[in-house]
Design a binder for this molecule. Structure first.
Ligand SMILES: Nc1ncnc2c1ncn2[C@@H]1O[C@H](COP(=O)(O)OP(=O)(O)OP(=O)(O)O)[C@@H](O)[C@H]1O
Ligand SMILES: [Mg+2]
Length: 227
């Protein structure tokens, strides 16, 4: 089982039911990116219970207001960015703003790891992906743009986007239908899932079928997580 470097230029999916530890884990990975000065942007969907990381020096926090216009180019001059909605921002408005921002990152070829929280919300359903996400998933790596999708609804997340992910992180799943669904993509998942403990993360590499389990006790954030 070989280790996968967090800096490797690949798309990733992080999936599990709500409260499983996805955002805490992603925050831990982002702390590693930050330590290596790798530019990132987090498109968070939580207002108060967001991913945190604002304790890190130089992280720009942007609150997305409904109907407001932003100068994305100016924002993207910051290497480390956390976007969160305000209490009044509806999901549809937020997705629209974030989609425009992802489009801007792609068109300007801005090197970036884009963390997309609640990624299932961008696509119509599992069979019809968001056109912008599909484009970036297919072509972004050449521009050093990587997508890290986070979703608590694995069955609603786009199959095409998942097929573009080189690595998937999963936490213990308790819903039998979800386990069965994941088996289509990870053949041994039932067996692996049985052995997972709370907060353990399975790191699965799709091309090789290699995997490792990262114990929850190894996942220690240095910054505060608000979730
Ligand atoms: N490895 C860990 N060790 C200890 N506590 C953890 C660990 N991972 C997560 N937690 C705690 O579990 C709670 C839920 O974690 P988190 O917010 O990451 O869940 P989530 O999967 O992102 O949920 P949601 O889908 O609702 O966003 C948090 O209070 C967090 O502090
Ligand atoms: Mg979360």
């Amino acid at each position: 089982m070989s280790d996968l470097d967090v800096l490797e230029n690949v798309h990733r999916l992080i999936a599990a039911s709500t409260g499983a530890g996805k955002s805490y884990f992603v925050g831990w990975l982002v702390e590693k990116l930050y330590a290596e000065k790798k530019p990132f942007i987090i498109l968070d969907t939580k207002t108060k219970n967001h991913i945190g990381l604002i304790g890190l020096k130089g992280v720009k926090l942007l609150k997305i207001k409904p109907g407001a216009r932003y100068d994305w180019q100016k924002l993207l001059e910051y290497p480390y960015i956390l976007c969160i909605p305000t209490l009044r921002t509806r999901t549809a408005d937020l997705i629209e703003q974030y989609t425009a921002l992802i489009d801007e990152i792609y068109n300007t070829g801005n090197e970036r790891i884009i963390i997309v929280e609640e990624a299932h919300n961008y696509s119509k359903n599992a069979y019809v992906p968001s056109p912008v996400l599909e484009l970036v998933a297919r072509e972004g790596r050449g521009r050093r743009i990587c997508l890290w999708f986070v979703s608590q609804r694995i069955q609603e997340f786009s199959k095409l986007l998942w097929s573009q992910c080189y690595v998937t992180y999963l936490f213990k799943m308790l819903i039998p239908q979800d386990v069965k669904y994941v088996e289509q993509f990870i053949p041994d998942f039932t067996e692996i899932n049985r052995k997972l403990q709370k907060y353990d993360a399975l790191e699965y590499q799709h091309l090789s079928g290699e995997y490792q389990v990262i114990p929850g006790s190894n996942v220690n954030r240095s910054t505060k997580h608000y979730g």
